[in-house]
Design a protein around this ligand. Structure first.
Ligand code: H2U
Ligand code: ZN
Length: 347
């Protein structure tokens, strides 16, 4: 009897949370594709898109005729730079707490082309997105009131993304948000206990095992983490100890662009659709404190389960108790690994 063939729980060492895995519920590891490939990518320029070059946005702003990446302050920012500094502690034993939070939200257009996605942009253009992220991390992080810069991309209508034009967001703020804070804390305790980095040790182990690796190049590895919650969740990890995008050497930035493209193509090829996901980059906080053991990494959390339209829902037991998955991380990695690296729209 093998553990992984039976219901079991796996620990996420980055958060301390567990995921229930129920592999006996999957009759076949790979159910294949059941829907017609999605081929409509929309026009190269959409006169009604608020992100296309030359178009107007909310308020009176007009986008420049940009040719590479383009960054602007979000017209509907969730955080504001000048909110007054107030707090509230009330209720029995100070049960109710609130504090104001200052911050800056920006939108990053990846390309002037409305019809492209990261997976379909050339590696050179993806490199300029990586460079833009790095500059934004520096620019926002150098402000005294900013302790954390969260770079992310929300892709696809199913993820609530309002516009197919390739773009991401950056939310920079005064406090380190809960998830990165937890991951930093766990990486630091691991470092204090073992004297090495949790994610580097983990990556070295995975590279020996091989079964959860999706794609690699000379500097980066994309893998389905042992503790993945979403069916095709992946992490992108640098092989060398680096804490920020700024730490990357020029050739490593190119390697990151290469991995983003190759992973993106595999994702799109999986269900022959423009694969939806939330992707985020976790790097060092910008409050000038040391975070021993912290390692730069990216998370890709895609919602699709079985086809371009069948998604996983986080409901019931998962909302009330703990995340659960059927297909194992090993099956997902094997499926992603077996896919070609030519985009299905280019075949
Ligand atoms: P999504 O990544 O969730 O699609 O969001 C796009 C962002 O663009 C969203 O945060 C902003 C929205 O506030 N936006 C503008 O800044 N200006 C506009 O004219 C429309 C949308
Ligand atoms: Zn557009």
């Amino acid at each position: 009897m093998k553990l992984f063939d039976n219901p079991h729980k796996r620990l996420n060492p980055l958060t301390g949370e567990w995921v229930l895995v129920s592999p006996h519920r999957t009759k076949r590891p790979w159910q294949g594709q059941t829907e017609a490939p999605q081929r409509d990518t929309g026009p190269e320029y959409d006169p009604h898109c608020y992100l296309c070059p030359g178009n107007s946005r909310a308020g009176d702003s007009v986008n420049p005729d940009y040719t590479g990446t383009f960054v602007f302050d979000n017209d509907f920012s969730a955080l504001l730079p000048d909110s007054p500094q107030l707090q509230d502690t009330s209720g029995p034993h100070g049960l109710l707490q609130a504090r104001s939070e200052r911050g800056i939200c920006r939108v990053v257009c990846f390309s002037p082309r409305h019809d492209l996605t990261l997976a379909r942009m050339d590696t050179r253009s993806i490199l300029s997105v990586v460079d833009t992220w790095e500059r934004q991390y520096q620019d926002l992080g150098s402000r005294e009131e900013i302790a954390h810069v969260q770079i992310f991309e929300n892709r696809g209508a199913v993820m609530g993304c309002s516009n197919p034009h390739p773009h991401g967001q950056i939310w920079a703020e005064e406090l380190i948000p809960d998830l990165p804070a937890k991951e930093l804390e766990r990486q630091e305790s691991y470092f204090n206990e073992h004297g090495t980095s949790l994610l580097i040790d983990y990556l070295n182990y995975e590279r020996e095992q091989g079964e959860r690796i999706v794609v690699e190049n000379e500097s980066f590895t994309a893998l389905v983490p042992y503790w993945a919650v979403w069916p095709y969740e992946t992490m992108v990890l640098p092989r060398r100890g680096v804490q920020t995008l700024t730490d990357l050497r020029p050739e490593e930035r190119e390697a990151l662009a290469d991995i983003i493209k190759r992973l993106g193509i595999r994702y799109d090829n999986l269900f022959q659709t423009s694969f939806p996901y939330s992707m985020g980059i976790h790097q060092l906080p910008t409050n000038s404190q040391d975070y021993p053991g912290a390692q730069l990494h990216m998370h890709y959390l895609p919602p699709l389960l079985r086809s371009a339209s069948v998604k996983k829902f986080m409901v019931g037991y998962e909302l009330m108790a703990q995340p659960q998955r059927d297909i194992t991380a090993e099956m997902s990695a094997a499926a992603l690994r077996s896919l070609p690296e030519t985009h299905y729209l280019e075949v």
